[in-house]
Ligand binder design. Structure first.
Ligand code: SF4
Length: 92
């Protein structure tokens, strides 16, 4: 089973307007920030048409990978979603 197929089993409650991860405004992404486009298992990070990295947190599984890579360098700000929001894992 592919990771992408398993991700579709999860459910999310989106906290509209209160993204739990923010990307610091930048003109050129740092190597750490750029790597997130490839390492995020939920493909939340994308390069836009003008070369900046953007995030859509709706499908985030809160794995913390991007936090470990890019929060120490100040490229992102990472917080857990508010209670009741975020990913709901469904097993089986
Ligand atoms: Fe992607 Fe994990 Fe970061 Fe969420 S916490 S945006 S799933 S790398």
């Amino acid at each position: 089973v592919r990771v992408e197929d398993k991700l579709y089993l999860n459910r999310y409650l989106v906290d509209a307007g209160r993204a739990h991860i923010k990307v610091r405004p930048h003109t050129t992404p740092s190597p750490q920030l750029l790597s997130l486009v490839n390492v995020c298992p939920a493909h939340c990070y994308e390069m836009n048409s003008t070369g900046q990295v953007e995030i859509t947190t709706d499908g985030c599984v809160e794995c913390g990978t991007c936090r470990i890579i890019a929060e120490p360098s100040g490229d992102i700000e990472w917080n857990y979603p508010r209670g009741g929001y975020g990913v709901l894992f469904k097993f089986g």
